[in-house]
Design a binder for this molecule. Structure first.
Ligand code: UAG
Ligand code: ATP
Length: 479
């Protein structure tokens, strides 16, 4: 695609310079620019991308998207707009032929449950014979082919990648795409211009204050996703629900109250499954048997069920699907030599408490291996230690993804509030091995924070790659 084509399409952008320059990709970081890319100058927390325009050109950028007046004499294409993020999204979509217009998109947001709800919907719709795709923290799914991928950014991709995935899905015959919508994705306008058929709210809590600076900004951002939207699917029992009701029209509620459009009652736990009865506006539909522990997963499943039924699925098919449902890296329970190992992505205090409360009684002692990511703020790290101490008998404080930050100081914050017997082992692999070694038959080891994530960005720039479950299997000599 070149500047001439863009100029014909986007009358509201100022497009000048060499309109014949052809571009093949759009990137936000000058450091990774390759020949033939467009560079988008974004203002961030630390830098202003406009300062790297010439660096980008030196590295091969054939054009730039800018908001500020810059004197550019290079032989490149210049796209000047009042909002680079919106332009980034519009041009990316156009580049791939606006694939989202020909797909049914369902967006899932909330603090907790996004991946679980999105992935289960993706699997359910394929199970029902509807070719579907998945975009979210654990990877990319196209019909039955799901790949674990560490996306960058991890949850809601930048527009160019996002529309590329959508185009690939469309070409492959996909009809529905289920995607996670993070607060970063909303604020960063990564989803700008996408027309969602349904929007779903999982469970709200507190997260990403390091990015939003205040809880109010975080909530406002999430709420803005629903602004003016008709019939969003909302967790009626979520924190801050009134804020979401206020901005949307005719919401559909799911949760634990019988008056909701879709509700669950009589939740019981047996072994590593939960059972509950489902009601539609107070009328019983039947019982669900879900092999994913945790009361919160009844909420997550109700979100899935609500969306599927609104899209025409019938209860008995959903019930059949539920029997074998699982989500990679979310409440995955393995048993090795009588020891239960739980792999879960819980990485903030609310999630940690939800997951530990759910597994507290499935075995004898509860041993937890956990740490905090490098970008977390101090308050969150400290709360995490306190949350684990509420439920565990013993814990190993270790590293999560340091994302380049100093491991010792992260661990110090986390350990400062641990009030139970514990050990500090900074090396995560060694920490997992230590916990497994300590465990006796019937003990439960919860390895929290990373789920199926594989990359750890070390302070020295090194990237370690391993999955928690692989270390466990290695210790037990399992494949
Ligand atoms: C922590 C965070 O949110 N970072 C985002 C933020 O970066 P920043 O403010 O630190 O950017 P900055 O360092 O000030 O730089 C400003 C701009 O100059 C560019 N730059 C900078 C230096 C240079 O030499 N050359 C250059 O071009 C940067 O690439 C950037 O575009 O602003 C950038 C521009 O919008 C984002 O790309 C970047 O997201 C990064 C990729 C990221 O990984 N974010 C994560 C945290 C994220 O988005 N996560 C959410 C969900 C997480 C969850 O649910 O748990 C997600 O949807 O994935
Ligand atoms: N509805 C919920 N309420 C409370 N905790 C939950 C809920 N759903 C999931 N969790 C916990 O949060 C963790 C992350 O779940 P999931 O990946 O589904 O949510 P997410 O919103 O995608 O999270 P993130 O934004 O961090 O990627 C789970 O591993 C579990 O510990």
């Amino acid at each position: 695609m070149n500047g001439r084509i863009l100029k014909e399409k986007f009358k509201d952008f100022e497009i000048y310079g060499n309109l014949e320059r052809v571009f093949f990709g759009i990137k936000t970081d000058s450091r990774v620019i390759e020949n033939g890319d467009l560079f988008v100058a974004l203002k961030g927390e630390n830098f202003d991308g406009h300062d790297f325009v010439f660096d980008a050109v030196k590295r091969g950028a054939v054009g730039v998207i800018i908001e500020k007046d810059l004197e550019i004499n290079e032989d490149i294409l210049v796209i000047k707009t009042h909002n680079s993020r919106e332009a980034f999204a519009k041009i990316s979509s156009f580049f791939f032929g606006d694939p989202s217009d020909r797909l049914t998109l369902i967006g899932v947001t909330g603090t907790m449950g996004k991946t679980t709800i999105t992935y289960l919907l993706y699997r359910l719709f394929n199970y029902l014979g509807v070719p579907s795709g998945f975009i979210g923290t654990i990877g990319i799914g196209i019909k039955d082919n799901f790949s674990l991928v560490d996306l960058e950014p991890p949850t809601t991709p930048f527009p160019f990648d996002l529309h590329r995935y959508l185009k690939t899905m469309l070409d492959d015959g996909v009809k529905y795409v289920f995607m996670e919508v993070s607060s970063h994705g909303i604020k960063d306008k990564r989803i700008y211009g996408i027309n969602f058929k349904r929007k779903i709210l999982g469970t709200m809590g507190t997260d990403h204050i390091e990015y939003h600076k205040s809880l109010e900004d975080y909530i406002k951002t999430k709420v803005s996703f629903f602004d003016g939207f008709t019939s969003p699917i909302l967790n009626g029992n979520s924190l801050y629900i009134d804020r979401f009701i206020e901005v949307s029209k005719d919401p559909i509620f799911y949760g634990g109250d019988e008056i909701f459009d879709y509700s669950f009652q009589n939740l019981k736990t047996h072994g590593t499954s939960i059972y509950f009865d489902v009601y539609q506006k107070g009328t019983a539909l039947g019982a669900i048997d879900l092999p994913i522990l945790g009361r919160y997963n009844a909420y997550n499943f109700l979100a899935v069920l609500s969306c599927a039924m609104l899209e025409g699925a019938n209860f008995s098919d959903i019930k059949d699907f539920a029997k074998n449902a699982l989500v990679p890296g979310r409440m995955e329970i393995y048993t090795f030599k009588g020891i239960k190992v739980v792999i879960d992505y819980a990485h903030n205090p609310d999630e940690i408490e939800s997951v530990l409360e759910s597994i507290k009684n499935i075995g004898n002692r509860l041993i937890v291996v956990f740490g905090a990511v490098g970008t977390s703020e101090k308050e969150k790290r400290v709360s995490m230690g306190a949350s684990v101490s509420k439920f565990a008998d013993f814990c190993v404080v270790t590293s999560d993804d340091p994302r380049g930050h100093d491991i010792e100081s992260i661990i110090k914050d986390v350990a400062s509030s641990v009030s139970i017997k514990h050990k500090v082992i900074p090396d995560r692999i060694e920490a997992i091995k230590y916990a497994l070694n300590e465990a006796k038959e019937n003990d439960v080891i919860a390895i929290l924070g990373r789920g199926v994530e594989s990359k750890m960005h070390m302070p020295n720039g090194e990237i370690l790659r391993f999955r928690d479950i692989d270390i466990v299997k290695e210790v037990f000599h399992e494949d």
